[in-house]
Design a protein around this ligand. Structure first.
Ligand code: SF4
Length: 390
């Protein structure tokens, strides 16, 4: 039976869409991201589509066809075969919505037919069927990771979709996984909303149905705050932030509970770490340089990352950075490369080229904060502000 597909957006409808959303490829932290379908009916209040003023588009629409999208991806100036991690439909829709998944599989199959072995990250909170799992298993070359978003948020005004759908997807996909891997994407964690002891215990129990689990916080930008205010929703924090918010006390409580399980299900702070571990590969984002991130990582995985970790040559860094438009020669230390004048896309290109963290010198990543917003981390005790670079 032919599945219904997302309708093509008419030219006159495109006039109302933010230009950034009409650009289907964006280099994000976890990879080069393909988003040629926009629109979603799931109504998560914290959706990043608020940033593009696209939240009211409930029906998924196509910007272009799958063949064009796949070929745009592999001919993108920052695409490197077998190296660049890829993501699909992680910005403006859910890949397993009924009218979206035919496009997901078509693009995945087109890329796979090229023999590409790049990572492909697929993030969903929708229902994934047995047939869907079989189709994922049929992908032979790409390293597919299904990241199943689960928050446990009970407030239907914030997250209307039933969490049991994600639970069913997770357990089924994990049971059926042969050629793909399953990550429990435990997010967004919000203080006061889904951080009770029972929420944490429940998520850690679910983590036993995944190859790895990553926990992370909430993006709360001004546009999202405006929506919360308009709808009269309880605001998770007073001020919006540029980075994800996950307060230190909540991370501590999660890790304390996790230690009680005997460090049971593998738990990670970074998406790329969870994805890489699930495939038994070293972290492609070079987080190993940020040594304190690794204190919860399985011993075998630490060894894998240590073996692969190489500080790049200063000359190679300078040459690449300057060719990408850097305004100064980058500095490098044992943790990261610091660049000036490069926006996110060339920085991520450098990061995936070298397998080494690449930061903007104006936005330093502070020890132990793991690139998160400063909310809830500013009263650092001494033991947490000292670097652990050994
Ligand atoms: S060793 Fe460190 S960098 Fe590697 S996967 Fe574990 S936490 Fe990430």
């Amino acid at each position: 039976m032919t599945q219904p597909k997302a309708p093509l957006l008419a030219e006159n409808e495109k006039r109302d869409i933010a230009p950034a959303l009409l650009e289907p490829i964006e280099y994000r932290k976890s990879g080069l991201s393909l988003n040629h379908i926009i629109g979603c009916p799931l109504d998560c209040a914290y959706c990043v589509r608020h940033l593009f003023h696209n939240y009211e588009m409930k029906q998924p629409h196509r910007i272009t066809d799958d063949e064009t999208a796949a070929s745009m991806l592999v001919s993108h100036k920052y695409f490197q075969p077998n190296i660049t991690p890829l993501q699909i439909f992680n910005r403006a829709t859910d890949p397993f919505l009924p009218t979206v998944k035919p496009h997901l599989f078509r693009v995945a199959e087109l890329l796979d037919q090229r023999g590409l072995t790049n990572h492909l990250l697929i993030i969903t909170r929708s229902r994934v069927s047995i047939d869907d799992c079989n189709r994922l298993n049929a992908i032979k070359n790409l390293k597919i990771t299904l990241l199943v978003t689960y928050s446990g948020i009970d407030d239907k005004r914030v997250e209307p979709i039933d969490s049991n759908i994600a639970i069913k997807t997770l357990t089924r996909a994990h049971e059926m996984a042969e050629n793909y891997r399953v990550v429990l994407y435990w997010r967004p964690l919000v203080s006061g909303l889904n951080d009770s002891p029972s929420h944490i215990k429940r998520a850690l129990q679910l983590a036993t149905h995944a190859h790895a689990t990553v926990f992370t916080g909430l993006f709360f930008r001004e546009e999202i705050q405006s929506y919360y205010r308009k709808m009269g929703l309880p605001e998770p924090v007073n001020l919006p932030a540029r980075r994800k918010i996950l307060v230190r006390s909540l991370e501590d409580r999660i890790l304390t509970e996790w230690h009680k399980t005997g460090r049971g299900p593998p738990l990670f702070r970074k998406t790329s770490c969870a994805v890489s571990f699930a495939h038994r590969l070293s972290d492609y984002n070079g987080h190993y340089g940020i040594r304190e991130l690794c204190d919860i990582c399985p011993v075998d995985q630490i060894r894998r990352c240590a073996d692969a970790f190489r500080k790049p040559e200063a000359q190679a860094i300078a040459d690449l950075a300057l060719s990408l438009g850097a305004s100064a020669i980058p500095t490098i230390d044992d943790r990261a490369i610091q660049t000036s004048g490069l926006n996110e896309e060339p920085r991520y290109f450098m990061q995936h080229t070298f397998g080494y963290q690449v930061h903007d010198i104006r936005h330093p990543h502070l020890p132990h904060r793991h690139g998160r917003a400063e909310i809830g981390w500013t009263d650092e005790p001494e033991s947490r502000t000292s670097s652990s670079e050994d």
